[in-house]
Design a protein around this ligand. Structure first.
Ligand SMILES: [Zn+2]
Length: 497
């Protein structure tokens, strides 16, 4: 459903506004600029209060050199939820050249990783506002602050999860504020640009081309993708006529084709499990990059090309990783986490379908994998926290919050749940979850509530242990399963927290 920003407020905003009749002034104009956040336990300065973004329009000009800043204009249409003397955006890597609010020049300052904007006139609550920021976007990583632009052998791609969208463009960088996106990317001749959603325009000039893409569903900033490279876009048709397009380095196009051909079948498999594919298109972006991870950027998942061409990776494993990123389109993208502590809902489900696919298509036992996860679970909880209460990222740790406790450790929670409520109720729950919260945000409490509703049981005690317990509860149906003691971690605890 395309969103039309200036005519009416989003439904969820209306509800929130009705609930709070009092207008609050968030920041006194005289206070020094300070970074703000929306109260995420793991990322206190991520997101900003007082407004809800309806749409982003990002215009970027690429020079042809991926170590040089891009020229950029970010236009944000937002609905204010409070009176604002000031308004914060998250933005941390690039120079700001000017800021306009509703057509008037606005003052701005930097505080931490926030861009603090003071409009000429305060914004009243419950109004549309348009913010235009002219800036650069720098693909060169800051020291100890990775993420955002990924420099590939032939250009650039994006990897913003979890907290790096604002290293690319000014935004309200939290998954609880989804918005529509338009991307306009200008690149020199010989390059191809692709972004989330469907193409809406191509303008070819003498030495450069501008590609325009639009999302047809709301998206979180962490899921934005912009690929600029010497690439070929390969088109095919998926289930129910879904347009599938993959983006591959032109030099490897033929060698990669057998992998690309798998996507429609994988989409059909996922749709049989949980319901129709939730977006307007899908495809894989195979980038010549060494990120060390793959990423479920919305409608166009990012993969390292090596995964498909290095013979060290068995085919069943590569297939299952493709399904992992695909499953995220339902779990994590269409239904986004309300808070980063809900990450287990993304990764637990993606890991679950990854493992289920490997079992059904390659005979890799899900139960054996879950038994191994059970054995490691107490150690994972000691190192990373319980699945729904993960520890914050430690400085310099590349894994960040993406530890085994939210992958196989969280898939183990889903396995325990299936053991507890039975396969049929579990499968109903999965389908209901992605259909009820489609294009929205939802958190752990919503999942617990829905599981209770579908199974007709009060599962709060069950989930308390499985999601928040320091120790892994006994596995229903497998009383013989044991978890190895978290040897050595007890002593390390004081320095970790
Ligand atoms: Zn994942």
């Amino acid at each position: 459903m395309p969103f039309t920003p200036r005519t009416h407020a989003p439904r969820r905003l209306k509800a929130a506004l009705l609930a709070s009749a009092v207008t609050v002034c968030l920041v006194a104009a005289s206070a020094p600029p300070a970074p703000l956040g929306v109260g995420d336990r793991l990322f206190p300065h991520l997101g900003n209060p007082g407004y809800d973004v309806a749409s982003y329009d990002l215009a970027l000009t690429y020079s042809g050199e991926n170590d040089k800043p891009l020229a950029a204009v970010t236009t944000i249409d937002a609905w204010t939820t409070a009176r604002l003397d000031r308004l914060n955006l998250d933005f941390a890597r690039g120079k700001v050249r000017s800021v306009e609010v509703d057509g008037e020049p606005a003052a701005y300052a930097t505080a931490g990783e926030d861009l603090v904007i003071t409009p000429a006139k305060p914004l009243s609550a419950r109004q549309w506002t348009r913010i235009v920021v002219r800036h650069t976007s720098d693909p060169m990583a800051g020291k100890g602050r990775e993420g955002g632009w990924v420099r590939t052998a032939d250009g650039l791609a994006l990897a913003n999860q979890a907290d790096a969208g604002h290293l690319v463009f000014p935004c309200n960088d939290h998954p609880s504020d989804k918005a529509m996106f338009t991307f306009r990317v200008t690149a020199p001749e010989g390059y191809t640009a692709v972004a989330n959603g469907l193409p809406s325009d191509v303008e070819r000039a003498a030495a450069a081309t501008t590609w325009t893409y639009r999302t047809h569903h709301p998206m979180a900033t962490e899921l934005a993708q912009i690929s600029i490279g010497r690439s070929t876009v390969v088109h095919r048709t998926g289930p129910r006529g879904l347009p599938v397009r993959d983006v591959v380095p032109t030099a490897h196009r033929e060698r990669l084709e057998p992998w690309l051909a798998k996507t429609p079948g994988q989409i059909a498999w996922m749709a049989r499990k949980v319901g129709p594919y939730p977006f307007e298109t899908y495809g894989v972006l195979m980038a010549d990059a060494s990120t060390g991870f793959e990423l479920e950027t919305q409608t166009l998942s990012l993969f390292e090309r090596d995964l498909f061409t290095d013979p060290a990776f068995p085919a069943w494993y590569v297939d299952s990783i493709m399904v992992h990123e695909l499953a995220h389109q339902w779990f994590g993208n269409s239904v986004t986490p309300r808070d980063w502590s809900d990450l287990w809902l993304n990764e637990g489900h993606a890991t679950w379908y990854e493992a289920l696919y490997a079992q059904e298509k390659a005979g890799r036992s899900l139960e054996a994998r879950m038994k191994a996860a059970y054995r490691a679970s107490d150690r994972w909880r000691a190192a990373g926290g319980p699945p729904a209460e993960p520890k914050a990222a430690e400085a310099g740790d590349r894994l960040g919050i993406f530890r085994p406790n939210v992958y196989d450790g969280a898939a183990l929670v889903l396995y325990a749940l299936r053991q507890e409520i039975g396969r049929r109720a579990f499968e109903r729950l999965e389908r209901a979850w992605v259909s009820r919260h489609k294009d929205a945000t939802a958190g752990t409490a919503d999942f617990v509530r829905l599981a209770g509703e579908i199974s007709g049981r009060d599962l709060t005690g069950f989930f308390r242990g499985w999601l928040y317990g320091e120790k892994t509860p006994p596995m229903p149906g497998h009383p013989d399963w044991t978890s190895d003691a978290a040897a050595g971690t007890a002593r390390k605890q004081p320095t970790e927290k």
